[in-house]
Design a protein around this ligand. Structure first.
Ligand SMILES: [Zn+2]
Length: 80
């Protein structure tokens, strides 16, 4: 985004996420979740430039849900 420092990016062809390793670790995690949501949207055929505010909100919110609910995450990872 113009005028803003890029702290993360995704190559959608390979679904490879990169983050600026000089930023704080919690910001790196936010960036990884943010870029992963972009990747999911691309895979589902829904990624648009004006999705950015929604992707940002979902990224911050989803990371907080993950941090606050380790038992939920463990349950979601069960394969049965
Ligand atoms: Zn973004």
């Amino acid at each position: 985004m113009e005028g803003k420092r890029l702290i993360g990016s995704i190559v959608v062809e390979t679904l490879t996420v990169s983050v600026d390793e000089t930023i704080a670790p919690y910001k790196q995690r936010e960036a990884v979740v943010h870029e992963t949501i972009h990747g999911v949207l691309v895979q589902m055929g829904h990624d648009k430039e004006d999705d950015e505010p929604l992707v940002t909100a979902l990224g911050v919110g989803l990371l907080q849900v993950i941090r606050d609910n380790p038992e939920l995450i463990a349950w979601l990872q069960e394969r049965q």
